[in-house]
Design a protein around this ligand. Structure first.
Ligand code: TRP
Length: 344
């Protein structure tokens, strides 16, 4: 049997998941777990690169985020689900790779300067933040992963990961790692309530764990076709936010009916908001049910067991790496003893 290809992906520990995260990544992760050997993890150290001054929320955010993953259908029987900091081997490989990672490569990653300017309330001129893509590279290659399902925004990080793999092989003369390939998640950007990209920091998100009442209240605030002022004006589903959501979450017959009735001004925006709220509530129902069966202890145990499994894989990789670097002390000892015998 040929070995199954390895998929790895992670999310920074930011807490509860919203529909943008779900359609942008998580839904795809759930589908991949049936086809590949999958490793999915909470990147709590990556959260620390920007939240080091107040790390108090990170661990709690990890637990909430992973609860949503499980509710959404990630299955610990199929995929290895773990926390970065529970697998300290990531730190050792990060140190070893840091020796050969050219500063210029890290400084030139486009997200580096962008983020430093955008998150101006945080001082990101740190050693750790510069190493963000290096740590991400380690997260991937320590599992000898072939595929990394992420959004377009991560492509510069994947590029540097491949370059570092090539540099490692060139310097040490052994091929330890596959060159990881990006698996672009085929999803449209999910709009937020206000039509901008859905994002926790914009306060325009719908969470997977929102209650039906919260979903109804949020749908009421949604922006619709700005040119549809009166109930009798025909609407334009193609520019309406609500319709974007229908396309993602409503059954096809509902989509067709809404599209027709909106253009014909047979339903108004208020009617459509009510209908959409119900569609979202129905869509999230299985997740609500699964979440009701999860308690924090169960989530924690899943993470402990997953991290243990992850460490089996990382230990193998570190053996290979230490070997490539000549830092294998058993071998060195044998050689020293053999040399001593010859001279004796
Ligand atoms: N940088 C990724 C993000 O912000 C999170 C991440 C950390 C990651 N390590 C990773 C993603 C390894 C894929 C593989 O979304």
């Amino acid at each position: 049997m040929t070995e199954q290809k390895v998929v790895l992906s992670g999310m920074r520990s930011t807490g509860r998941i919203h529909l943008g995260n779900y359609f942008g990544a998580l839904k795809n992760w759930v589908e991949l777990q049936d086809r590949y050997r999958c490793f999915y993890f909470a990147a709590d150290w990556h959260a620390l690169t920007s939240d080091y001054a107040d790390p108090s929320q990170i661990a709690g955010n990890t637990l909430e985020m992973v609860t949503d993953w499980l509710a959404a259908g990630l299955d610990p029987e199929k995929a290895v689900i773990f926390v970065q900091s529970m697998v300290p081997d990531h730190a050792e490989l990060h140190l070893l790779l840091s020796m050969m990672a050219p500063l210029g490569w890290l400084e030139r990653v486009p997200t580096y300067k962008e983020q430093m300017q955008q998150l101006e309330t945080k001082d990101l001129s740190t050693y750790g933040f510069l190493g963000y893509p290096l740590l991400q590279t380690v997260d991937i290659i320590i599992y000898r992963a072939h595929f990394v399902p992420v959004g377009e925004d991560q492509s510069s990080h994947l590029e540097i990961s491949r370059e570092l793999v090539r540099r490692f092989h060139f310097l040490y003369g052994t091929e330890v790692f596959p060159e990881p390939q990006i698996l672009l998640t085929p999803t449209p950007k999910v709009p937020g309530l206000d039509g901008r990209k859905m994002s926790k920091s914009y306060g325009n998100a719908i969470g997977l764990s929102d209650t039906p009442d919260e979903i109804r209240a949020k749908c009421k605030q949604m922006f619709t076709d700005p040119e549809r002022l009166l109930r009798k004006d025909p609407g334009r589903p193609e520019v309406c936010n609500l319709f974007q959501f229908h396309k993602l979450m409503s059954p096809p017959e509902v989509q067709e009916r809404v599209e027709h009735q909106c253009r014909a001004a047979e339903i108004g925006c208020v009617d459509d908001k009510k209908l959409l709220a119900q569609m979202i509530i129905d869509y999230l129902e299985p997740m609500r049910r699964r979440r009701a069966e999860l308690d924090p202890d169960t989530v924690y145990d899943i993470l402990l067991a997953g991290s243990q499994k992850a460490r089996e894989r990382t230990a193998e990789t570190l053996d290979l790496v230490r070997g490539a670097l000549g830092l294998d002390y058993r071998k060195a000892l044998e050689r020293a003893k053999a040399a001593a015998k010859v001279t004796a």
